[in-house]
Design a protein around this ligand. Structure first.
Ligand SMILES: [Fe+2]
Ligand SMILES: [Fe+2]
Length: 197
C-alpha cells in the first residue's frame, strides 16, 4: 500500500504496524482513503492535533481483525443488527492500538486521547473534541467516494443508484464539520458521474 506521509515519519511507522490488522472487511482500502481525508481536514482545522487525529484514523478499525469475517457484515452498515459485535471491534481495537502505540513510545497523554476516540468511534454519536470530530468525519467520508460507494452498495445488497440517493440524505446527520460536508458532496458528485468499475 502506498504510504501517504513523509518517509520515516512516526505516522508511517504506525501505519506499518496497523497494516497486518487491516486486511479484512476492505479496511485496507477504507483506511487509506480515510487517512487522506483526515489529512485534508487537518489542513482546514489548524486547532486540531494531527498527533491525535492521524494515529486515531489509522488505528480506529484494527479491531475488526478480531471479529470472524462471517460475523462482520451484521455489525456495520445501514442495517446493523449485531450491536455486540459492533462494540467488540471498538474494544478490541483499543487493545491493539494501545500495544502498537506503547511499543513505539508514543506520548502517554496522547495515547489516552487516541484510545478514547477509538473506543467510541462508531457507537458514541457525539464527538468528544475537535480531534474526535475530524476522526469521525474522516472515517465516514470514504463512503461517499466512487470506491466506497462501489464496495458498500455491493456488500449491503442495495442498488447503486438508491444507495447514492440515501447517502445524499445522511450527509448533514453524519458529519460534524462544514468542510467534511463539502467534501462529502464533492465525492458523491464524482461517484454519480463514475460508472461502476
Ligand atoms: Fe469502525
Ligand atoms: Fe472505519
Amino acid at each position: 500500500m502506498e504510504i501517504k506521509t513523509q518517509p520515516d515519519s512516526v505516522y508511517d511507522e504506525i501505519y506499518r504496524k496497523a497494516e497486518p490488522y487491516l486486511d479484512t472487511r476492505r479496511n485496507d482500502v477504507h483506511v487509506s482513503l480515510s487517512y487522506d481525508f483526515a489529512r485534508r481536514l487537518l489542513a482546514h482545522y489548524p486547532n486540531a492535533d494531527e498527533e491525535i487525529v492521524l494515529p486515531a484514523i489509522v488505528l480506529h478499525d484494527v479491531g475488526w481483525k478480531m471479529v470472524p469475517e462471517e460475523k462482520q457484515l451484521g455489525a456495520f452498515g445501514p442495517k446493523v443488527k449485531d450491536k455486540k459485535t459492533q462494540r467488540m471491534h471498538e474494544t478490541e481495537g483499543v487493545k491493539i492500538a494501545e500495544k502498537i502505540l506503547t511499543r513505539l513510545n508514543y506520548d502517554k497523554e496522547k495515547i489516552l486521547e487516541i484510545l478514547s476516540i477509538i473506543d467510541g468511534h462508531d457507537t458514541r454519536p457525539e464527538a468528544l473534541s475537535l480531534n474526535d470530530q475530524l476522526v469521525k468525519d474522516a472515517d465516514k467520508l470514504w463512503r461517499f467516494t466512487p470506491t466506497g460507494v462501489d464496495i458498500d452498495h455491493t456488500r449491503f445488497g442495495i442498488p447503486r443508484d438508491s444507495y447514492m440517493k440515501w447517502l445524499d440524505t445522511v450527509i448533514d446527520d453524519w458529519l460534524f464539520t462544514p468542510q467534511a460536508k463539502e467534501m462529502a458532496h464533492a465525492a458523491l458528485t464524482e461517484a454519480k458521474c463514475t460508472l461502476e468499475s
